[in-house]
Design a protein around this ligand. Sequence first.
Ligand code: SF4
Ligand code: SF4
Length: 493
Amino acid sequence: MIYEVKVNDLAEEFGVHRNTIRNWINTGILPAQEGPGRRYLIQWEDYQRLCNKYGREPRFIPDPATPGESAAAPRLPAAASSSPVRLDVKANSLDTPLDLINLCLTCGSCAGACPISGVDELDPRKIVRMAFLGLEDELVASSWPWKCTLCGKCEVVCPMNVEIVQLLRRIRALCERDKVPAAIRKGVVTCLEKGNNLGIPKDDFLALAREMGEELARTSCPGFVTPIDIRGARLLVTVNSKLPFAEPEAMTWWWKIFYAAAESWTISSEFWEGINWGLYAGDYGAMRTIVKRIIDNVERLNCTALLLPECGHAYYATRYALERWFPESLQQFRIYTVFDLLLEYLNEGRIQLDPSVHTKLTTFHDSCNYGRHSLEAFGHGYFEEARTLTKACCKRYVDLVPDREENYCCGAGGGAWADPFGAERIYHGRVKARQISVSNAKLVVTSCLNCRDQIRYALNREFNLNVEVQFLWELVANALVMNSPDAMEVRHD
Ligand code: SF4
Ligand code: SF4
């Protein structure tokens, strides 16, 4: 039995350099004849002897159905293939081809850029290599895809454009559901069963929303009424369940901006959450269901625009799902980012901002989802918009280095704020902490709840940063110049 083999394939199989294989051939350790197309012809017995010598199971086995076969390539066992990259077996995975894995040069740039590389032997280069070799079970069983924040810093530096984040998302998707970190799994299940991640009952949410509206009317927005289920409102706005649960006043920053901009907007009484942990869990069925509920709300309330102000991942997951599964919806309504909408208000003169209210040296932390992930998936990363808005609210501004597409993750992305790997999250965040520290900024502005909490609570405490952290819309709300109610046409009461 003879079979044809490429030097590169054998080198991969035995984990050695291709020159080593050539040396084995040249010195007779591996008897082989040159064959067509830069391949070598090897006797099965010689190949088996080599496997025995290095303690490996033969990856190629003779076809028992053709015992007399000669001068032909042997059949591969069912588990292997000529292209072992096969992490695409889930029909519902976030699917782009993984072919580019084959192009990996093993240069290690990804490992050098990854803030968590080396922790528990996590190494993006190794992950790519294991995927290439078909070590899917080992990858799925590891904790690496959950300790990785899916930040994409590794991808930015990869000279071969290997889609490392896509690979890691796919490994998450292949994980048995009971192996998904419990908090993430619970968030998804609760959202599917009760309509929001924290299972807040409808009546409690509505009562709180109305109460917060009354408070806003008393303090700064006379006549304000929380608009719930307003049919024909222009803009449907989702809510992050962490806000009504833990800091309900944070909901009113957006409400104040809408009031000042005389926006026609509404919240839905059903399925008001925009958070979508299906993206984190690799559960694309859940992701699709949650987005479909939002689409149904837009249609039911006859809105023409949607804002998901919770977090970068909510925007990314929803926009991705709209483009992937519901493209016709994008013809029916517009999906805004927080940046698009605030800039629209500013550019149209619907809001005025007073930068003198923020005097601290201020910086902006780019979220991975609004930044490089949106750039890659949708063709536009929200870098400059964030700076324009921040500078409109603050007198003194400084950028972090590096930033924009090359920014470092805060350490809490990809569900890491919720998962059990707290020490790894802090370790990852040390790079962000150092960036902030050397910038001398005393106010950090961000567009994600997870980024805000990681920097405000975890990094401040662990690295003595002593910085204030605000949402972009909190910053804007605090800098608003409020016109008299008579000057504004309040359309939502
Ligand atoms: S940076 Fe790209 S080419 Fe280099 S080792 Fe990582 S995945 Fe491979
Ligand atoms: S943590 Fe970021 S840089 Fe590291 S492997 Fe994951 S996506 Fe790549």
